[in-house]
Structures are given as structure tokens and as C-alpha cells.
Write a protein that binds this ligand. Sequence first.
Ligand code: NAD
Ligand code: TDX
Length: 363
Amino acid sequence: EETPQTVLVTGGAGFIGANFILQARGAQWYNVVNLDKLTYASNLQNLTALENDSGYRFVRGDIGDPELVSHLLEQYQPDAVINFAAESHVDRSILNPLSFALTNVTGTLQLLETCRAYWQKLPLHKHERFRFLQVSTDEVYGSLGKTDLPFCENNPYEPNSPYAASKAGADHFVRAYYHTYGLPTLITNCSNNYGPRQFPEKLIPLTILNAMEGQLLPIYGDGQNIRDWLYVSDHCEALHLVLQQGKVGETYCIGGQNEQTNLMVVEKICTILDELLPSKPNFSHSSLITFVKDRPGHDRRYAIDCTKMNRELGWKPTESFDSGLLKTVQWYINHPQWVEQIRTGAYQSWIEQNYTDRTANYL
Ligand code: NAD
Ligand code: TDX
């Protein structure tokens, strides 16, 4: 298989996108153009290591801006687009569902439409190798009972949260663009990611930072909801394989083969912190655990069967949960400035000061 030379990555200033770009440039997979709107969840500090990398460009903008996106496609002639851009936090989707429809559904549709126009005009050799990869989630499949089989590629979509519904809507448009227009699309449905650079509203980084600061550790409901956790670099490796070797029009389920109750996850983090940052004698960070009101519509269990990824692309998760979690905790301990910039809002003000005029940054 031919490897694409240039990839347009959207949402690359967020958690998974930034890890993906760092990995892609580190391993010289391809040149990367990163289009990101820089919402609250973004962090350009994730990518400072690439400041002098001639194979990397950053552009601030919205996937739903056809003028900007077609300009970028013409300018950089990418062989693939990987769409990470999204509103990604379930709790926020419950408070403000409309913004999820706007970016995840309408934004993705607009991106597809702009890509279609570009792809249709490409010379044959580029036209044939072009790919649109949609980075999606296992949450579109709904919730599993204790004894249900894990989700796989043929499960029906049964989204339960506004976030999941918006990702499902996006995935359906991607599918429709393949069937209707022949746009060479790929979809991945991945389980919960964790690792360095995740915004501290998600369970794992929130727990790490709260525990470090001696604040309470909120656990929704009874703490027995189950998630399948995958270390982010394993996800990025899987995305690279799907992009290179995945069959056009198909879906790939990606998971960590690592089901954990939320309570177990939080306890493991506390145990790690007890060892790395012993404070008072006889104090355990787990004494900060506090059970709070449940998330409305809270899915009970997610699990992924990644047989297809293994059989067809030879992929499997490599990082163990204990080692991945230890590395994650160490990363947050070693990046107090990253944490402080986010916690104090300093990063958000910096964006506003530095990126007032969109056009000035891309033309
Ligand atoms: P994130 O919230 O950390 O990052 C999202 C990024 O997208 C941010 O940098 C944000 O500025 C950018 N963005 C938002 N709206 C945009 C727009 N309209 N135009 C351009 N950029 C925009 O999210 P993440 O956790 O890195 O997730 C990335 C993708 O992977 C999402 O599509 C998410 O649905 C999917 N996913 C996430 C997980 C997970 O566990 N985090 C699991 C499976 C799938
Ligand atoms: O404070 C908390 N307490 C708590 O018990 C938070 C923030 C979460 N939880 C629970 C809710 C979930 O059962 O922990 C679990 C994980 O919660 P999140 O980190 O919010 O992730 P989740 O809702 O599972 O969704 C994530 O995985 C799939 C990502 O945010 C999505 O973008 C991805 O698609």
C-alpha cells in the first residue's frame, strides 16, 4: 500500500489529534496540516515540539468553513483527511446539545462536501488514493448489559447521549458519501482513550489533577459503570494502519480489551499517587472519593471486539493498563505549567489575543 504524503488532520490541537500528529511526525508517516478551531478543549502547547518542523503546519479554523477548507485542500493537496474535530464531552452535550449537532453533524457534513468537490477534481492517481477517515466512538452503539457480547462492526447504532447521537449522525453522513458519491471513506469506532494531554474534564485526568490538589474525586452513581480503556498511542497506531490498509467504505472497531469499572479506575489512580506523591502519613488519595448524582442516561457498559483489526490489519493494543496509567499520571505530574494554563484560563485568553483574525492566519 502507498502511504499518503500529506494528511489534513482536523481537531489536531485536541487530545487524540495532538498525540496522533506527534506520532505521525516522529515516525515520518506523512506531512501534516492541522486545522483546528481552538475551542476550550484544544491546546497548542501540545504541539510546541513541532514549531520548527517543516513537515507540519497549523491553521486555525472551522471544519464547517468551506471557503477555508477548500483553500487548504487546494494549497496543500493532501492525500487524506482525518477528521478528529468534534465536541467530545458527554456531560457538556447534556447541557448544550446544539453545539454538538453544529460541529459533529453539520461540521462533518460540510467537511465531507468540501472534500468531495476537491476529490472529484483530482488527477486520477491522486483521486484513487484519496481517503477520508472519520474518527468515531463506540458510544454510537449504545449500552451493553453485563453478559452481552462486546460491540463489533455490525452492531446497530443505538446512541443514548446527545454526544453519541451527534457522532452517529456524522458517521451516517460519512457512510452515505461512500454509497452515494463513492467518496473513499473509512470509519473507526474506538473505545475510551486515556494518556498524556487529555483535557481535565474527562474521568482520568480529572481524577489525577483533583487528587493531586487534594480535591474530592466525583464518581457518578454507584461507580460500577464499565468502560474499555485504550492508551492513546495504541489508538493512533490503529488509525495509521486503517488509513494505509483499510478497505474503503468499511468500519473498524478499535478497543483496549481492558474493561474497568469507574471505581476501579479511580482507585488505581489513587494507589499510583499514594506511591508517587506520599503526603501525610496514613493518608490515601482514595479517601477523596465521593459518590455524586448519576449522569442522566448514563450508559452502563462499553466493550469492543477488535477481532477485525487484528485479523485484517494485524493490530492489537500493546500498552497494559497499569503501565499506561502510570505513564499518564507521571505526565501530569511533570507538566504543571500545561495544567496551570488550563486551570486558570490563561490559555484561553492567549488564544483570544493571538488569533483574532482568521484570515490573517491562513492566507
Ligand atoms: P478533544 O475534545 O480533546 O479535541 C477536539 C479538538 O477538535 C479540539 O482541539 C477542538 O478545538 C477541535 N474542534 C472542535 N470543533 C471544531 C471545529 N468545528 N472545527 C475545527 N476544530 C474543531 O477530543 P478528543 O478526545 O481528542 O477526540 C477526538 C475525536 O475522537 C473526536 O471526534 C471524538 O469523538 C473521537 N473519540 C474520542 C474518544 C476519547 O476517548 N477521547 C474515543 C473515541 C473517539
Ligand atoms: O467526574 C466524573 N465522574 C465519573 O464517574 C466524570 C467526568 C466521569 N465519570 C464517569 C462517566 C463515565 O462512565 O466515568 C466514565 C468516563 O467518563 P468520561 O471521561 O466523561 O468519558 P465517556 O463519557 O465514557 O466518553 C469518552 O469516551 C468515548 C469520551 O469523552 C468520548 O469523547 C469518547 O467518544
